[in-house]
Ligand binder design. Sequence first.
Ligand SMILES: C[S@@+](CC[C@H](N)C(=O)[O-])C[C@H]1O[C@@H](n2cnc3c(N)ncnc32)[C@H](O)[C@@H]1O
Length: 276
Amino acid sequence: MAAGNDLTDSLFKKIAKYVYDVCGINLTERKRELVSTRIGKVIRQKKLAGFQEYYDYLINDQTGEAVAELMNAISTNLTSFFREPKHFDFLKSDILPELVEKARKTGDHHLRGWSAGCSTGAEAYTIAMTLANSIPEIFSWNARILATDIDTNVMDTGSRGVYNMDMLKQIPPLMAKKFLQRSKDGANFRVKAQLRNLVKFKYLNLIEPFPLKGKFDFIFCRNVMIYFDRPTQQNLIDKFSAFLKPGGYLFIGHSEGLSAVEHNLKYVRPTIYQKK
Ligand SMILES: C[S@@+](CC[C@H](N)C(=O)[O-])C[C@H]1O[C@@H](n2cnc3c(N)ncnc32)[C@H](O)[C@@H]1O
């Protein structure tokens, strides 16, 4: 039997519940085709007989490998450099001058940003490029962009900082010249080491308590909450609020909103909020 043929209603529901419990991604009936295709691939790779055998493997696996494979298969990783560019304009024109002024007054050159649900890292490196372009001394600051995801494959790409040449056109040429180089094989481009060092990739499941110390000047969590239901979104917004410094900013995706959740954040402009 071809993998995918035995995805019964009951098995789909069981897998969807498992995914929801592990990472909050809400696989509605509309995602059935996606589940069938993506897990079908895992089934073929692992030479399993079908979805029933896959499900048994998933729930009995003690190594953590099956759940990691599932997260890697099920997550949607679409991203790009300078995606939703108004956010980076705001970072440059409003947030960074505030932080520079604060650093000048206090002598404390501490800056923390977070790309939560970072996929392959394009968002985190866009933040880093915006920082380094606006604040040339940033490399001597105590500055760090945390980039987190549940998909370990995409984070490997992020840590290497190597991207397909097609993505180069998303990056303004002057920034590309400053911060990027050709990869060794010449076929791709790579983020230069100095910029890579500003970004730290880490596995972090957003539905679990955050194992983090310290608070953030800004958090980008864009195009992640759309996969969550309302209770999961509420839980996430509560945690983000707790992890923002007073005056810190939260960016969400342009197709997302906070109208369905309760929060104490100040609305700044569409998809940008500030902790009071
Ligand atoms: C569509 S990408 C968004 C990437 C980037 N933020 C952007 O806007 O371009 C969504 C990412 O969220 C991640 N994700 C989904 N559920 C998650 C969870 N529970 N914890 C952490 N990351 C999660 C996925 O693995 C995926 O890489």
